[in-house]
Structure formats: structure tokens, C-alpha cells
Design a protein around this ligand. Structure first.
Ligand code: DAH
Length: 346
């Protein structure tokens, strides 16, 4: 029972046999098979180790050590042979015609700027070059700034033009329905004379369709100074149009009513896409571009500015609309729809 078993060959023979077979293995599959045979569960080494407890006490130590040495030597040889095979494989590929290291790699997928961001940045560059500061204001706005300060008191019918998302029962907070509230915030913060633009998101409680969205983008413009006139307003907007459409566009002013400007206008530009009428201008050759006007004295007063000394103009560019014109996008809902098939085109 305690006689050394002769069923297993001696350790040196096992080692030599193993090393020789590892050295001549030609594939990683062969190496895996050898690994299983020697090092695996129920393999040669496991069997040797399992037999140790049944050996005479004085032999156990040497037998255990021997088996473990065999194990580590074979593991080392397996790893070394595997590296060798990989190197051979690589140099064979490099030498062969099938591998062309000059081929371009698969390009990584990159994102792109949203069309609204692109147009916003372009307009910011145009207006900052004319000395405008870029401001922002809160999207959850006090009803005071959204309405009262803009000369729209509570009972004013103009409130009905703004389908408002109210944020509290008291009626003191709204999701801003336009970027105009930042006009008064700007007046409170900046001393005239100043020029500022305010790009940002606005919200209307509206049924959505191809030209209406509950969330869209505007860019407010405000200039306050001494002797500012309608002439400055027209000159500024023509300059801006020339930059955006890269040529002079004929413009016209129609009267428009907005409580915070007096006089108020709608600025139209000749359709940049046609001469005889097209779907963009609804066959009229004019596109409505931008409501604007001279800042109402009540608004200047709300901003702490003396209307006897200072005058100003304001305009409210529809950023979403301008982006649609620019890229010929036919449905405003694409803009914030988050569909990659749409976004990947920019
Ligand atoms: N805030 C207005 C709106 O969203 C647009 C507007 C009209 C802005 C005239 C202005 C302006 O600055 O002068 O309906």
C-alpha cells in the first residue's frame, strides 16, 4: 500500500516529455491541449499531487515539491511557446501580401455640433464683432420679468398670445415664453450704453406641428444708448443678414404690435432661395424674419433707465426658424427630436 507506485513514469521523464511536446507544438490549440493534459483538472500533475498523501511520510515532501516544480516549469514553457507562435504568426502576416499596413484604419465615430449650436455660434461671432455682449437668463422665470416688466400687465390681452406654462399656483413663476425678459435683467445689471444678445430656449404650451414646438430657441438683441434710432436698428439687422446669407438682402419693415416696443415692426427679408416665389416664402418672395422695435419707455423705466436720456432698440430673432431656413429643415420637431439619423447629417 505504501510502496511507491510505478504506474507513473519518473518526474524527470515526465518533464522531458512535456517540454519536448510543448517545443514542437505548432498551434495554440495544440498548446491548449497540452495544458489540459498536464496542468488541467485530473491531469498528470493533479494525479501526482493527489497521490502524495498516500506515500510514506518521508517521501511526501519531495514528491509534492517535485510535482510543483514540474508544474511551474511546464507552465513557463507553455507561455514561452505561445509568445513564440504569436510572433511567428505576426511576422508571417507582415510578410504576406494579405497584410497592408498602409491601409487607412476604420475612422472612429465622432459627434458633431447640433445645427442650432452651429447657427448660435455663428450669430454670436457676428454680434460680438459688433461689440455685443452675450447674456443669458433663467428658463424658469419670474412672471414679473416675462410680462409686467415688459409692459404686459396681468389683464393685458397680449398675454393670450403667449400660451404659458405656469410653474406655480400663485402665478409668479413661468417657463419663459420668450428671451425678452432678459432685456430688463440686462438693464438692471449693465449701465447704458450697452449692446447685448441673449440666445436661449423658450417654451410655449402649444399643440405641436411642423412649424410649432413647445420648446424652441430665440435670440434677443438689445441696444441702449444716447440717440439710438430706427436707422440703427435697420442698419444692424441688414449687416447681420449680409453675414448670415453672404449677400445683401432687401428688407422691409411692416408695423407690428408688441407691448414692449413702440413703434414695433416686423422685419421681412427678400427670400434668399428664389426670385419668383417658392415653398419657403409661400410664393410671396418675402420671409418674415424678425420682430423688432424701439424699446418702450415703460420697459426702460422698469430697468431703471431714464427714457428722457436713453433710447434703444430690441429684436427677437427666431433661432429655430433661422436654423431651419439655413439648413432647409422642413419640420421644427426634428430640431429637438434627438433622432441620430437627423443629427448625423450636420
Ligand atoms: N418676444 C417676442 C416674442 O417672442 C418677440 C419680440 C418682438 C422680441 C419684438 C423683441 C421685439 O425684442 O422687439 O413673441
Amino acid at each position: 500500500m505504501h510502496e511507491p507506485t510505478q504506474a507513473q513514469p519518473a518526474l524527470p521523464e515526465l518533464l522531458n516529455d512535456g517540454l519536448a511536446r510543448v517545443a514542437t507544438a505548432r498551434t495554440t490549440d495544440e498548446l491548449r491541449a497540452l495544458e489540459r493534459e498536464f496542468l488541467g483538472k485530473g491531469g498528470v500533475i493533479a494525479t501526482l499531487l493527489a497521490a502524495v498523501p498516500s506515500l510514506p511520510a518521508e517521501q511526501r515532501r519531495a514528491a509534492g515539491q517535485g510535482a510543483n516544480e514540474l508544474k511551474s516549469k511546464l507552465a513557463e514553457a507553455l507561455a514561452a511557446r505561445e509568445r513564440e507562435l504569436q510572433e511567428q504568426h505576426l511576422s508571417a502576416e507582415l510578410a504576406g501580401a494579405s497584410f497592408d499596413p498602409t491601409l487607412p484604419a476604420t475612422p472612429p465615430r465622432t459627434g458633431s455640433l447640433h445645427p442650432l449650436t452651429q447657427v448660435t455660434r455663428e450669430l454670436e461671432a457676428i454680434f460680438t464683432s459688433m461689440g455685443y455682449a452675450i447674456l443669458d437668463g433663467p428658463e424658469v422665470e419670474r412672471a414679473y420679468y416675462n410680462f409686467e416688466a415688459l409692459n404686459i400687465p396681468a389683464d393685458h390681452p397680449a398675454r393670450e398670445m403667449h400660451d404659458t406654462f405656469w410653474c406655480d399656483r400663485a402665478g409668479s413663476l413661468v417657463l419663459r415664453t420668450h428671451t425678452s425678459p432678459v432685456q430688463v435683467r440686462a438693464m438692471e445689471r449693465l449701465k447704458p450704453p450697452f449692446r447685448a444678445i441673449v440666445p436661449g430656449k423658450v417654451f410655449r404650451q402649444e399643440t405641436t406641428d411642423a412649424s410649432h414646438e413647445h420648446t424652441f430657441h430665440q435670440m434677443e438683441g438689445l441696444v441702449v444708448g444716447e440717440g439710438i434710432t430706427v436707422g440703427h436698428l435697420i442698419g444692424t439687422l441688414k449687416t447681420f443678414l449680409r453675414e448670415v446669407f453672404r449677400r445683401d438682402l432687401e428688407v422691409r419693415l411692416r408695423p407690428g404690435y408688441f407691448p414692449f416696443v413702440e413703434p414695433g415692426f416686423e422685419l421681412d427679408a427678400r427670400c434668399p432661395f428664389c426670385t419668383k416665389g417658392c415653398s419657403v416664402c409661400k410664393q410671396s418672395t418675402w420671409i418674415e424674419l424678425c420682430p423688432c422695435g424701439m424699446v418702450h419707455p415703460n420697459v426702460l423705466r422698469a430697468g431703471g433707465i431714464d427714457p428722457e436720456r436713453w433710447t434703444g432698440f430690441a429684436f427677437g430673432l427666431g433661432l429655430s426658424r433661422l436654423t431651419m431656413l439655413r439648413y432647409r429643415i422642413d419640420d421644427v420637431r426634428h430640431l429637438l427630436g434627438g433622432d441620430l439619423r437627423f443629427l448625423e447629417q450636420f
